[in-house]
Design a protein around this ligand. Structure first.
Ligand SMILES: [Zn+2]
Ligand SMILES: [Zn+2]
Length: 330
C-alpha cells in the first residue's frame, strides 16, 4: 500500500527496504532429496560453490603465500621484522579488497542503489559511532581485527617453522590437501554460528557484540567492525590447525576467507553490477536480515544451522510475519 518504486524501478516498502526475488537458500548439499545434476550445477556453476568467491580467496591466498610471506627459516624465532611483514601484507590485502568494494558501492556509488537492500547511505554525524562517522568507525575496528588475525597467523607460522603442528602437504597426501580446502567453508560456517550464538548471550551482547550491531544499515567495512574480544573469538577458527593436519596454505586460506568474507557479506547490496551488464550475485540477504532483526540468521548459507535450530528467516513476507508474531508473543 505504501510501497514506492525507486529510480531503478525497484519496489521499496515504507521502511525503504528492497528485497530480491526468491528466498534465501542454503547450499543444496543439505537439501534432501537432491539430484547429482543440481549438486554439479551448484558446485561448478557461476555463481556457485567454487566461483567467484572461493576461487578468488584461494587465488589471493596463493599469491600472498608465494610472494608476500617471509621465508620459513626466519620464522623459527618470534622476531619483530617478519611479524610486521605479515601484519603489513594483511592490512594491505584487507585495505585493497574491502576498500575496493567500499569505493565502488559507496564512495563512487557506481551502481547507485541498484540491488541495495536499504534505501539509505551510511550514517555521517552519528554520535553512536567512533569519530561520529559510521565508515571511519568501521574502518578503525576492521583494522584492529586485522591485527588480531595477524597475531593468530604469526603464532601458527611460528609453530609450523618449529615443526610443532600437525602437518600435511600436497605431495604427501593430495586427496586430503584438496578436500581440506573444500571443507574449509563448512568448518568456518559451523564455527561462526557457534561463536555468534554465544555472543548473543545477553551479558556478552551488552559488552562485546553490541559494537558490531550498531551497524543496522551495513556497508563492506561493517563486516569486521567488531569488539576485539569478538575478533579473537571470530578468528579462533584458525585454532583448528593446532589439531587438524594442515599445510600453512590451509591456515592462510582460512584466515584470508575469514578476513575478506565479511566485506562481501556486509556490503548491503544483493549483487555487484558493472556497466549495467556483468553481474556478480552475492546473495547476502541472509546476514543483512540478521542485522535488521538480531534474533534470526546467526549462521551463513553453507551449513543450515539456523534451519535446524529454528532461527531461519528466508527474506519472504511470510517469514517476516512469522518473525513479528514470534516477537510479539515473547
Ligand atoms: Zn554482521
Ligand atoms: Zn549478531
Amino acid at each position: 500500500m505504501t510501497d514506492t518504486t525507486d529510480e531503478h524501478g525497484q519496489t521499496r516498502d515504507r521502511r525503504g527496504e528492497w528485497r530480491p526475488e526468491g528466498r534465501v537458500r542454503f547450499m543444496p548439499l543439505f537439501d534432501w532429496p537432491t539430484t547429482p545434476r543440481a549438486l554439479a550445477r551448484w558446485f561448478f556453476g557461476v555463481p556457485g560453490f567454487l566461483l567467484p568467491w572461493f576461487g578468488l580467496y584461494l587465488g589471493l591466498t596463493i599469491i600472498a603465500y608465494l610472494f608476500f610471506t617471509p621465508d620459513m627459516a626466519r620464522m623459527v624465532t618470534l622476531q619483530r621484522g617478519w611479524m610486521l611483514e605479515i601484519l603489513t601484507r594483511n592490512l594491505v590485502m584487507v585495505g585493497l579488497f574491502t576498500g575496493a568494494l567500499h569505493l565502488w558501492l559507496y564512495r563512487w556509488r557506481g551502481q547507485g542503489r541498484r540491488a541495495k537492500y536499504n534505501a539509505n547511505w551510511p550514517a555521517e554525524r552519528d554520535k553512536r559511532f567512533l569519530f561520529n562517522n559510521q565508515v571511519y568507525d568501521n574502518v578503525f575496528w576492521s583494522n584492529i581485527g586485522v591485527v588480531i588475525w595477524s597475531g593468530f597467523e604469526v603464532l601458527l607460522w611460528w609453530g609450523y617453522a618449529n615443526q610443532a603442528l600437525p602437518f600435511s602437504d600436497l605431495a604427501q597426501n593430495p586427496v586430503w590437501f584438496v578436500l581440506w580446502l573444500l571443507l574449509m567453508p563448512f568448518w568456518r560456517n559451523f564455527h561462526f554460528y557457534c561463536i555468534h550464538r554465544l555472543i548473543h548471550w545477553p551479558p556478552l551482547y551488552r559488552t562485546v557484540h553490541y559494537l558490531h550491531h550498531k551497524n543496522v544499515n551495513v556497508g563492506p567495512w561493517s563486516g569486521m567492525a567488531m569488539h576485539p574480544v569478538e575478533h579473537a573469538l571470530y578468528f579462533s577458527c584458525l585454532l583448528i590447525h593446532l589439531v587438524v593436519p594442515s599445510h600453512p596454505l590451509h591456515m592462510m586460506f582460512n584466515g584470508v576467507t575469514t578476513a575478506l568474507g565479511p566485506g562481501v557479506s556486509h556490503s548491503g547490496f544483493d549483487a555487484l553490477v558493472f556497466g549495467g551488464r556483468a553481474e556478480i550475485r552475492k546473495e547476502k540477504l541472509m546476514h543483512y536480515l540478521h542485522h535488521r532483526y538480531h534474533s534470526v540468521n546467526f549462521g551463513e548459507s553453507a551449513v543450515p544451522m539456523d534451519k535446524w535450530f529454528g532461527s531461519f528467516h528466508d527474506g519472504s513476507s511470510e517469514a517476516d510475519a512469522q518473525f513479528r508474531a514470534r516477537r510479539a508473543g515473547s
